[in-house]
Design a binder for this molecule. Structure first.
Ligand code: AMP
Length: 288
């Protein structure tokens, strides 16, 4: 069944408040649309979580290409969109209600002047390469939280740094929302699902496999006893350099602070960002 579509944030908020006061347990899955199995895995898990207690559960998803998280030279105007297809998929994944604001100005009107700046965990990795990105992400997610009043919100580990930024925001601002991180959904050959994969030509799609493959190879090396972070990074960089057009970063970091490490411990995260053609892709794995 197709979920109900709401395009007006004020109406959305009024209905969320009423649902919460009526005793519903609310789960929120924020997305930028052009949905794939990664997004749908979050929605299905949201459904399971709110239905668990046997009470009234409400699963809501937002579809909003947030202009404030794109840099001036990034892909905002050509970001892929398919609202009708997305609504079908949301319905099949158990979503009750979708917020798809009719225009960006409904969420960021000209009067907007409040920003959320998470420091520490925003600083390296994508934060260093995409100035202002996490400020835009944290601010829009805070708005979505206030509009939706969720008990629980689900995010993918695909955007690992984003997940840590949002965990910090929720903790620091006492938002009282459970933040759930969900495992990366991959293609059978290992490529992490991403709406941006739609940009890749057949030849680029082949080269994009270097991201996951270089990370899986590092995981194997750690399993085989290599613990030196510099050696592991060099191995990933070498493999990536053969296939990607530009490497943004290769880092081994602490899973919570995201501070670079010199030795890979169990749980250390290996993260990469690289361009294949004009498309910027990211991926990560936890090391054993
Ligand atoms: P996006 O539409 O790219 O902003 O993503 C919306 C949510 O889906 C974010 O929490 C992402 O981390 C998550 N997500 C995107 N791709 C994947 C994936 N391959 N596996 C799991 N979650 C994902």
């Amino acid at each position: 069944m197709k979920p109900e579509l709401v395009t007006d944030p004020a109406e959305w908020q009024a209905r969320s408040v009423a649902a919460r006061e009526g005793g519903a347990r609310i789960a929120l899955v924020p997305t930028m649309g052009f949905l794939h199995e990664g997004h749908l895995s979050l929605m299905r898990d949201a459904r399971r979580r709110v239905d668990e207690g046997g009470g009234r559960g409400l699963v809501v998803a937002s579809i909003f290409v947030n202009p404030t998280q794109f840099g001036p030279s990034e892909d905002l105007s050509r970001y892929p969109r398919d609202l009708d297809g997305d609504l079908e998929k949301c319905g099949a994944a158990g979503v009750d209600r979708v917020l798809a604001p009719a225009s960006p100005e409904q969420v960021f009107p000209p009067s907007h002047q409040t920003w959320i700046d998470v420091t520490g965990v925003s600083q390296g990795l994508c934060g260093a390469k995409r100035p202002g990105h996490f400020r835009g992400v944290a601010t829009v997610v805070a708005k979505l939280f206030n509009l939706t009043r969720p008990h629980v919100a689900l995010f993918g580990e695909k955007d690992y740094q984003q997940l840590q930024v949002l965990r910090a925001m929720v903790r620091d601002l006492f938002m009282g929302i459970e933040v759930v991180g969900m495992p990366i959904v991959r293609e059978p050959d290992g490529l992490a699902l991403s709406s941006r994969n739609a940009y890749l030509s057949k030849e680029e799609r082949e080269r994009a496999l270097a991201l996951s493959r270089s990370l899986f190879a590092a995981r194997e090396r750690v399993a085989g006893g290599e613990r030196d972070a510099a050696a592991l990074r060099a191995g990933i960089e070498k493999a990536l350099a053969l296939a990607a057009d530009r490497i943004d970063y290769v880092e081994l970091v602490h899973p919570e602070t995201l501070a670079p490490v010199t030795r890979a411990e169990p749980g250390t995260m290996a993260l990469v960002a690289a361009f294949v053609g004009k498309t910027r892709l990211i991926d990560n794995v936890a090391l054993p």
